[in-house]
Write a protein that binds this ligand. Sequence first.
Ligand code: C2E
Ligand code: MG
Ligand code: MG
Length: 625
Amino acid sequence: MPIPMNANPPVSDSPQRQFVFISDGRLHDAPTVRHLLRLLEPVGTDAPCQQVLERFLADSAIYALPVVDAAARPVALVDRKRHIEFFSRPFSREIFGRRGIMALLEHEEYEHSEAIVVEDTCSVEDVAQIIIDAGMHHMVTGFVVSSQGRYLGVANGHDLLNVITQRKQAELHYLAHYDNLTGIPNRLLLGDRLDKACQDAKRKGTLVALLFIDVDHFKQINDSLGHSVGDAVLRKLVDRLKAAARRADTVARLGGDEFVILMENLDDPADVDPVARRLVQSMREPIEVLGHSLVATVSVGSAIYPTDDAAISPLLSKADAAMYEAKAGGRDRFCRYSTETAMYNPARMSLENDLRLAIDRNELVLHYQPQVDLASNAVRGVEALVRWRHPERGLVSPGQFIPVAEESGLIVPLGEWVLREAFRQMNEWTNLGLAPLRMSINISAVQFRRGGLPRFLAEQLAAYDIDPRYVELELTESVLMQGVDKVLQTLHEIKDLGVTLAIDDFGTGYSSLSYLRRFPIDRLKIDQSFVRDIERTPANESIARAIVALSNSLSLEVIAEGIEQSAERAVLEHMRCTEGQGYLFAKPLSAEDFLGWIIAHRKNRVTNDLFDEEIPGLLQDWAQG
Ligand code: C2E
Ligand code: MG
Ligand code: MG
């Protein structure tokens, strides 16, 4: 008798049940399981996979099938989800289709697995933890049965990875939104709250105020008394900011000695003044820290939404400008923003203008960071990373100007420049005699969504005569999460060109993992935050291990980025992460330095893979002069 589909709630929806794991290819000795067997019509171990699959496909109500040997003894339980997964992998239909069920069960993923029985009160989170502690062997092999003998589904890697990822994300969310030193919201969280506050204010017809606070002569405190005193002063200062603010206000740290108080639900601009004055006043009292008695006064500027600006983004600069007026007026005071306040030229404005010109002025360059095979050390590819040689600011990092380019739409011409330049470079390397290397190119979500990417790619591949198999686009999870159908179509158009796709910074996005099955992805890039100190950070280790297991189960390639230490590399290699990238191998290098790097490493295996036998003449000339 088949078990109906709706009798199989997902594991994560049934946190309070007893689980029995049967994962060693033999049934665990639990009465509940025997009971289950009686409910299900078994298949023999000699049944061809194809037949079982067809049976599954024909009747969607069949969720699981017990497998029995010649003596009708139960040997395993095959479930629908697991089965479909096997059969949907590239080639596996070929491999498994003709074999018996046993071949499927003898698959390596079923090896080394032992049954796990967990306590009655276990939640899915607990199960995840047990599985992590057991070394993740059970990532994709645990069958879950309730104490009533009801088959509940498979404790599959994806559900568990979701649980683990969510935990890690909560941790990352805290790190990303709160200030380390003082524990108060940071710039990012302040930005979110400001947006929300202004939207509320618009609806309700109220006002929002920002107080920008800077400590007077803080540098002197730091320089003369040391950082630990400086840090202690900042912490005490936060106490006073909180005391001066109203209870509902947000006190945030922008960085250094800069703080902001966000005040919501104001009816009158004048309501700001008492708070600001109270604040300035309270800072005149000496602070006792580490045996010192110090006075650290503050300069405060305010700007009000929508009175001073009906747009949100200039508000902080205006409050900042008002704070500068307070400094100019002798410090230890408060200034309101007014139309006369000299606008302190926000760096961002000029950055945007400069960036507009940078492409034409030839100020952009690509640097290349090798991606190596962890087992053999062979170089498999390079990632192209854009750099901006600003005439005055020097080398500007993409972290600074990519967000500006995205906001202003400049990312489109910039992204096109990057693609062309990367292709030109591939061509040049080929002409120098370098064996072909995979070129990974970052594509911004904004650029991807603008459309036209597949066509532009096709044109440029042809123009530079590039073998598309050596081109990989790095997308972030955020790209995949919006407008699934359109995204899917674009991804397929790109894949049809022969270009491969990787997900960058994998594990940091707030996305469900189900999309992984649906999108034609070739590679996951484990984010550097999970690689950092992986050898002594169990949370990072389990995440990385889970991602590697996930890649294996979906037949994806996997690479870890940001490897700095050989200990990190060793752990990753041991968990069979195939490739790596990071300072340990090389920093991102100019095209010239990259060639130099290869030549300098000629003696070891890394370079042998890059050249045919001898270094070609052209390159030899290059190396010598
Ligand atoms: P990403 O694609 O995740 O690139 C990896 C970043 O990590 C690079 O920073 C690289 O220099 C850095 N990195 C590599 N190995 C290590 C390591 O061992 N330790 C540490 N701490 N860092 C390492 P970079 O070059 O500053 O780029 C930052 C981000 O800017 C990139 O992150 C990417 O999202 C974006 N970006 C760079 N070039 C482009 C581009 O051409 N187009 C677009 N759309 N975005 C780009
Ligand atoms: Mg990247
Ligand atoms: Mg990355």
